[in-house]
Design a binder for this molecule. Structure first.
Ligand code: PMP
Length: 381
């Protein structure tokens, strides 16, 4: 089967699995324990932190291990609010991941004001909108580095500088950017950066939060681990797997080049037989691996099902939004009609994909699409 849903999650790298196994069996000591076994596990934890910090372009001390990007996002947002007591305003965008948007909605119910910046029809953010939204009581600006549904990039470096000029902290959810383009947390100027292991061929349930040196971000989970910044016994096996996955990313440029070739091969092939297909965010700067395609009024769910029958896995919107059948908030924010949104699929390529996978997809797709042409258009009601 052909897996083209790498933005939802990626296959665990064999090296990551190997790195995890000892900590799931013999090396089970608690890293906080003073025993020799504990000290040895603690050392492994330190080495893992160095490896992930290297990938993130941070110092190891700036990195907190978490249970994933959701927790990292929540830690940054709530932490920034409690650091800036009295400031009651947040800025984010309409196209963030639900882990950011739902937290912001929760905070609105608690009396925090949130500004949700719009995007244009290519999914791009206008920094002028950020400039206008910033206020003296803005505690934090949280903008994703790369969108999980469209791959469209936000100008986080410029946005971080603008937030700082206005006296606000800046957080970025770099979950989708990590491993696909060069992400340097320290050089980017951001205060907080979230990421997750399972998007870079590491295990699920582990991620990291970069916290710029000198910022005493209050924890979400209180306890003595992670130097008091994240309580709870460390998920050592997962962290070891995360580090192994990070170590595999020695050449991001080569990785990005490989993914871009697959993606561009697909898009060119698709447009050759279906010139009216719409590639969302095509005019914007995008991740190299993501293709979000509007199939003019065809039923996206049906198309997804027919691809699955051929052993090809794509996605309708994001994994986190699917199931609920809610049309993508990202494409909706880009101004697309409900019909257009429901006829869109995401193809996200990964390291294991081969050009033969793209060729197979391009071979089966025309037949499937032709077979669907005389179906009634997708119901938007
Ligand atoms: N942010 C983005 C942009 C994501 O794509 C995801 C994963 N879908 C998350 C956050 C959540 O990550 P995790 O599953 O590690 O909580």
């Amino acid at each position: 089967s052909i897996y083209l849903d790498n933005n939802a999650t990626t296959a665990l790298a064999p090296a990551a699995l190997d790195a995890m196994l000892p900590y799931l069996s013999t090396e089970y000591a608690n890293p906080s324990s003073a025993s020799a076994a504990g000290v040895s596990v603690k050392k492994a934890l330190g080495e893992a932190r160095v490896a992930v910090a290297k990938l993130l372009g941070s110092s190891p001390a700036e990195l907190i291990f978490t249970s994933g990007a959701t927790e990292s996002n929540h830690t940054a947002i709530l932490g920034a609010l409690s650091l800036t007591k009295g400031k009651r305003h947040l800025i984010t965008s309409q196209v963030e991941h639900p882990s950011v948007l739902l937290m912001c909605q929760h905070l609105e119910r608690l009396g925090i004001e949130v500004s949700y910046l719009p995007v244009d029809e290519e999914g791009r953010l206008d920094l002028e909108d950020l400039r206008v939204a910033l206020r003296p009581d803005t505690a934090l600006v949280s903008l994703m580095w790369a969108n999980n549904e469209t791959g469209v990039l936000f100008p986080v470096i410029e946005a971080a500088a603008m937030a700082h000029d206005a006296g606000a902290f800046f957080h970025t959810d770099a979950t989708q950017a990590l491993g696909k383009l060069s992400v340097n947390a320290a050089a980017s100027g951001v205060d907080f950066l979230s990421c997750s292991a399972h998007k870079i061929h590491g295990p699920k349930g582990v991620g990291a939060l970069f916290v710029r040196k000198g910022i005493a971000l209050p924890p979400l989970f209180h306890g003595h681990q992670e130097r008091g910044r994240r309580g709870g016994t460390e998920n050592v096996p997962a962290i070891a797997g995360f580090a192994a996955a990070a170590r595999l990313l020695t050449n991001i440029e080569a990785e990005a080049h490989y993914l871009r070739e697959l993606r561009d091969h697909f898009e060119q092939g698709l447009l050759a037989f279906m010139p009216c297909a719409r590639i969302h965010g095509q005019e914007a700067e995008r991740l190299p691996n993501t293709s979000n395609v509007g199939f003019i009024a065809l039923d996206g769910e049906e198309l997804l099902y027919r691809l699955e029958q051929e052993g090809i896995t794509a996605a309708a919107g994001a994994a986190c939004a699917a199931g609920g059948q809610e049309p993508s908030h990202v494409l909706t924010a880009m101004g697309f009609s409900k019909t257009a949104v429901l006829s869109s699929l995401r193809f996200s390529f990964g390291r294991q994909n081969r050009s033969e996978d793209v060729e197979r997809l391009l071979r089966v797709l025309p037949g499937i699409l032709l077979g669907m042409m005389d179906m009634p258009p997708v119901k938007a009601g």
